[in-house]
Write a new protein. Structure first.
Length: 320
């Protein structure tokens, strides 16, 4: 008797195999750096899958939460002596609180009010980070304390170079985030989110508290973005207000939509493509942005559900 794997297990196995197998193909340590950036972006867009793919809500200022998480790791150790690992938790709590305060009044309304409100929130966070130079370092940015995990691992007999460590660490965190998101999809909360995505009126009719579940999705996605920002800051050991900027928010949304906002694996694929594509397109020099935009337009025109769902549907169609 053959055992059929669930879609959740299959997705996790695929992601795990990719994370484990890729280092064997890397010709230099530079690729470990690119891989860790993919995992950081993949974690952030996984949160957008919960918000957009599950709940059907759009956020255009999600980089604001990335900035909150990143600057928490810079400012908390510097000003209050908090360990960087605890600063990650602090940033996640602050992001959740801000998302709750912003989303509570907005998400009771219909339409794209969240998109507009989140856009303003992201702009406000970026503005504060850039203008409060005495606290945040201003546009020039600020140094971030070392996480201190590598020396601990070395004392335990596991000596890893900096690029390899961050590849493994961010890959592990992304896999945990993907596992949580996939479990949420099949949970009662996930079913409620998908119900209101389909029709808020129908969801309300069957007893779903629409405002509560939309707010829950927004808070969860903000925590994902905050942790991603913390990982980015700790890895770079430096952070600037650009991480909270409008263009970064658009990049995150584009990653999710490109790969497939309704699919965790698809969104991570989108993050991988848009993280690596600029490296490939450097041969085009000043035409890089033009070629990147053209590729995205073609995907959006011919694969409206995103790359992975469209390819999966095409493969199933050929198999029938």
């Amino acid at each position: 008797m053959t055992m059929k794997l669930s879609s959740k297990t299959t997705a996790l196995l695929v992601l795990t195999l990719v994370v484990v197998a890729l280092p064997f193909l890397f010709p230099s340590s530079y690729y470990f750096r690119v891989g860790s950036l993919i995992f950081v972006n993949g974690l952030a867009v996984t949160g957008l899958v919960i918000l957009t793919g599950y709940a059907g809500q759009i956020s255009l200022g999600h980089a604001g939460f990335v900035g909150i998480g990143g600057y928490s790791c810079a400012l908390a150790p510097l000003h209050i002596g908090l360990h960087p690992a605890l600063a990650v938790i602090l940033g996640a709590v602050l992001s959740a609180l801000v998302a709750w305060l912003v989303g509570r009044p907005i998400l009771r309304l219909k339409g794209y009010y969240l998109a507009v409100a989140s856009l303003g929130l992201g702009a406000l966070v970026a503005m504060v980070l850039a203008n409060e130079a005495g606290l945040t370092g201003g546009p020039d940015g600020i140094a971030v304390a070392d996480l201190g995990l590598r020396p601990l691992l070395k004392s335990l007999g596991l000596d890893m170079s900096n690029p390899v460590f961050w590849y493994a660490f961010t890959g592990l965190i992304m896999l945990i985030g993907a596992w949580l998101a996939l479990n949420l999809f099949h949970s009662p909360t996930g079913r409620a989110l998908r119900a209101l995505h389909g029709s808020e009126v129908a969801a309300r009719t069957v007893g779903v508290d629409v405002a509560k579940y939309k707010l829950r999705a927004f808070v969860i996605s903000a925590v994902y973005a905050s942790v991603a920002g913390s990982l980015l800051a700790l890895q770079n050991k430096f952070i600037t207000p650009d991480v909270a900027g409008y263009m970064h928010s658009i990049e995150l949304v584009t990653m999710a939509v490109l790969g497939g906002a309704g699919s965790v694996v698809g969104a991570i694929l989108g993050a991988a493509i848009l993280t690596t594509l600029p490296q490939v397109l450097t041969v085009f020099q000043e035409y890089e942005q033009l070629v990147l935009g053209l590729i995205m337009m073609l995907v959006m025109i011919f694969m409206r559900d995103g790359l992975l769902p469209s390819l999966a549907r095409l493969i199933r169609g050929r198999g029938e």
